[in-house]
Write a protein that binds this ligand. Structure first.
Ligand code: MRU
Length: 362
């Protein structure tokens, strides 16, 4: 098994398929997206996850849904609403469905509307691949700089999975790492396990292992200790939504890494495409919707047992658990934001310097 992408379109079957990320790394299975229900199920239940991939899946799902449905204005708006209801935090979801809806509503005939949905899905997918490639090209300079004075292995800490599995290619936080590795810069990645669903332990370590990037999985609470002992040179994470002021929402636990990084004077960067920036929001802590997921995800843990992938209850059966999926790192703790247009300080003016069109055209 050596897949290169988490999503693909099969023209011969006119079908969209994704890797079922719930099963990795132990089982490789493919999930078909035929319609709106499949799309919503895949996003909600995290068959696919990671902000850019959620956006790309939503766009392709919009196309698959429209193909089999009436495409009058009301149905199109209803589809957008249904897909948008699948997860609340990742900006890319709303960015993608809005783009598809607008392209579709410009056309009059059903055939042209379906064509427009497909073309827009292809465009969004291609743009995210390009964005992640550019994030790597810009972000690698940060790792090169550290290597130029350290002259030894650069230790990078990352949280969750912001790799190609979460995007389409390269990843966001991992793209500078892959670029550095390809350039022969010695890197080592501390991979936060990322409870409750272990995206770091299951997915990031799988990805990095396939690419031959040296890495070590750590329990989520380890980062602070490593930072106090000079074992982390830079933190790079992804984002689900970043406000125009540079507040960064990402997987729960990211904020604590940023606090520890600040306390230890370690640079903390968020890597994200423009499609993750919410140009309408300023205060991330107050205004970014934080997903609250099922408490079962906290109470149980999954892994490979003697009967294949098994699920185990960790807590007492009737314990209550609270499953906040994301947190917000305030801009003041973010050293910089790596985007496809360059690296900005985590503040409005500098983000607008990179995306000047957003001054005029929301
Ligand atoms: O709940 P998930 O797995 O969808 O959360 C993913 C993350 O938090 C990622 O860090 C983020 O989406 C950036 S992906 C490039």
């Amino acid at each position: 098994m050596n897949p290169k992408r988490p999503i693909w379109y099969l023209p011969e079957k006119d079908l969209v398929q994704v890797i079922d990320q719930r099963k990795l790394p132990h089982v490789y299975e493919v999930y078909d997206i035929n319609n709106c229900d499949d799309t919503v199920y895949a996003i909600k239940n995290m068959v696919v996850r990671g902000a850019p991939l959620i956006g790309v899946t939503a766009a392709w799902g919009f196309y698959m849904s429209l193909k089999n449905k009436t495409s009058d204005d009301e149905s199109v708006l209803e589809l957008e609403k249904k897909i948008n209801g699948s997860r609340p935090t990742a900006m890319n979801l709303f960015y993608a469905t809005k783009k598809v809806k607008e392209a579709v509503l410009k056309e009059n005939s059903p055939e042209k509307r379906i064509e427009a949905a497909k073309r827009t899905a292809e465009e969004i997918e291609a743009a995210e691949i390009f964005n992640c490639q550019k994030i790597g090209e810009f972000g690698v300079s940060l790792i090169e700089d550290i290597y130029s004075y350290k002259k030894d292995v650069v230790n990078i800490l990352t949280h969750c999975n912001a790799g190609w599995l979460a995007c389409v290619e390269y990843g966001t936080a991992t793209s500078p790492i892959y670029h550095a590795h390809e350039k022969g810069i010695p890197v080592h990645v501390w991979v936060d396990e990322t409870r409750p669903l272990n995206q770091g332990a299951r997915l990031t370590s799988w990805e990095l292992g396939q690419a031959g990037v040296p890495h070590t999985v750590i329990a989520d609470n380890t980062g602070g200790h490593l930072m106090q002992h000079d074992l982390v040179d830079i933190v790079i994470v992804g984002s689900d939504r970043t406000t125009v002021n540079g507040d960064v929402a990402n997987k729960i636990g990211t904020y604590l890494k940023a606090l520890a990084a600040r306390d230890n004077r370690i640079p903390f960067y968020a890597a994200l495409p423009g499609s993750t920036i919410d140009w309408e929001l300023e205060d991330g802590i107050r205004n970014i919707p934080i997903e609250l997921r099922d408490e079962e995800e906290i109470k149980y843990i999954e892994g490979l047992g003697s009967n294949g992938v098994e699920k185990f209850l960790v807590t007492p059966k009737h314990a209550h658990a609270a499953n906040y999926a994301f947190d917000v790192t305030p801009a003041r703790l973010v050293t910089g934001i790596i985007t496809e247009k360059g690296i900005a300080r985590a503040e409005k003016d500098d983000l607008l310097r990179l995306f000047p069109e957003k001054r005029y055209n929301r």
